[in-house]
Design a protein around this ligand. Structure first.
Ligand code: NAD
Ligand code: USQ
Length: 446
């Protein structure tokens, strides 16, 4: 089908949804107790656009990105409910590790937030992947306007650790996403779902050009024009689950009209946001271990500990980065700009800038005078890659992202210095290897 036909179809769908809305509203006025499913969903959609304060579920709201986002949204006056099964805290126990910062129990965190701001954030302990009925009941009862979906196992090294972790990552992430989609449909809920995807779905070979935001225009065999999802090229079991999520989003969007935004986020760095610094009890988690710690936070931690920075391979890997406070801002922007009824899944690249790993290490070294070490790469990945990424959509929505900045490095170093007595040094060197070849190479030493 050519793209003009596609556009016509989209505008027909949009017209149909407007007609449905009018029918739904008149039906509601005449006999509110006898609304059909689709009419109920459409009526709720109109109610959403009329109210500035939204009811928002934050799945995974106890995590590194979820906690500051939940606080940010509550601060903006939204009615926030966190849904989390605390699996991340349990994985810390499994790995014999802990957040560098002493995070308090969810109840204590939420009480502190209420005490400081007068605002209530509710908490539901639900396993999104395993407790479908509870999830559907919650969505049915709350009828949220938006659902932010952070609730996945997010560490690539953990997902490559062994068969148990590989299977857990797929079961947890894919079932969780599917449960959410089907629960929204079954609950007749018109919520806009905003999912945290990853830049890693595109792959990190040299792209040969700028990576677009989610879709590419192609000419199919026979000369037909089409807009398709960018080919998936994941680099770990974890990244593969995000590609599978994208297919589920495409299907539920097409089949059930679910409105979805998928944010392809880069590596998040930093730890503090304007809300988390209000009180020690609100402190955000900070991962530095070789499974969950991400590269820049690990480097800043290592420099505080006087440990040479662990550059994997040549350090020629180029990646996208974003500061944690911009994660929360991006979520707000995505929630404020939902897809219209009938629109295809929105996909935005959520990064501020791209940097090569060895250049990142140099930046930290220049500031702190620390040493660097090149160690055998535990990962199966390109040794060197270029990365050119479109990120215009968020910029057009008004995002002016924080760039890697010495002042902020200092802020993170203050945190790492403050809590460095909590660091377990044995957790710094890699213990998860991508395949048997990488395991053997690491056994041979650097
Ligand atoms: P995190 O592990 O700190 O937080 C995830 C939260 O989800 C945890 O609190 C965990 O307990 C919860 N959770 C996991 N499975 C669940 C389930 N089945 N039911 C209920 N709760 C569950 O991870 P994060 O760094 O905050 O990442 C959040 C999301 O953002 C992830 O989906 C991740 O893929 C994405 N992301 C993160 C980064 C990053 O650098 N941290 C970068 C790009 C994308
Ligand atoms: N690296 C080092 N030294 C280290 C740690 C990492 O050289 O001590 C290298 C890795 O080999 C890799 C790069 O730094 O090339 C990035 O690794 P990372 O652990 O910081 O990030 P990654 O595994 O890609 O995963 C993180 C998040 C994940 C998110 C992803 C976004 O954990 O949830 O999806 O960043 S992205 O990388 O853009 O796909």
């Amino acid at each position: 089908m050519c793209s003009s036909d596609l556009r016509e179809r989209a505008s027909e769908r949009s017209m149909m949804s407007k007609v449905l809305m009018v029918l739904a509203l008149s039906e509601a006025l005449l006999a509110p107790q006898r609304l059909t499913h689709s009419a109920r969903r459409a009526t709720r959609a109109s109610a959403v656009t009329m109210s500035a304060s939204k009811k928002i579920l934050v799945l995974g709201g106890d995590g590194f990105c979820g906690w500051p986002t939940a606080l940010h949204l509550s601060d903006k006056g939204h009615d926030v409910t966190i849904v989390d099964n605390l699996s991340r805290r349990n994985i810390d126990t499994e790995l014999g590790c802990d957040s560098l910062t002493p995070i308090t129990h969810p109840e204590e965190r939420l009480e502190a937030w209420k005490e400081l701001t007068g605002k209530t954030i509710k908490f539901e302990n639900i396993d999104v992947a395993a407790e479908y009925d509870k999830l559907e009941q919650l969505i049915c009862g709350v009828q949220p306007d938006s659902i932010v979906h952070f609730a996945e196992q997010r560490a690539a090294p953990y997902s490559q650790k062994g068969p148990k972790q590989k299977r857990y990552t797929v079961d947890n992430n894919v079932c969780g996403t599917h449960n959410l989609l089907t629960a929204v449909v079954e609950a007749d809920c018109n919520a806009h779902i905003v999912h945290l995807g990853t830049m890693g779905v595109y792959g990190y070979g040299t792209s040969g050009g700028e990576i677009p935001e989610g879709y590419i225009d192609v000419i199919l065999p026979g000369g037909r024009e089409s807009k398709i999802l960018h080919p998936a090229y994941p680099g770990s079991v974890y990244h593969s689950t995000k590609c599978l999520d994208a297919i589920l989003f495409q299907f539920y969007n097409k089949n059930d009209g679910v409105r979805i935004t998928d944010l392809h986020q880069g590596i998040v760095w930093g730890t503090a946001t304007p809300q988390t610094v209000k009180d020690e009890r609100l402190v955000n988690r900070f991962d530095y271990d070789s499974d969950y710690g991400t590269v820049l936070n690990r480097f800043l931690m290592q420099s505080a500990m006087g440990i040479p920075l662990t550059i994997y391979g040549t350090g020629g890997q180029t990646r996208g980065f974003i500061h944690v406070s911009d994660t929360a801002k991006c979520l707000q922007l995505a929630l404020e700009n939902p897809p219209k009824a009938g629109e295809q899944v929105h996909i935005l690249n959520q990064i501020a800038q791209t940097v090569r790993v060895r250049d990142l290490a140099e930046m930290v070294k220049k500031q702190t005078g620390c040493e660097v070490q090149y160690i055998t790469n535990p990962r199966q990945e390109s040794a060197e890659n270029e990365l050119d990424v479109q990120n215009q959509k968020f910029r057009n929505l008004g995002l002016n992202p924080i760039l890697l900045d010495e002042a902020l490095f200092t802020e993170v170093r203050d945190v790492t210095t403050k809590y460095k007595s909590r660091c377990i040094k044995e957790k710094i060197l890699p213990t998860s290897f991508w395949n048997k070849k990488r395991t053997a190479a690491n056994e041979d030493g650097p």
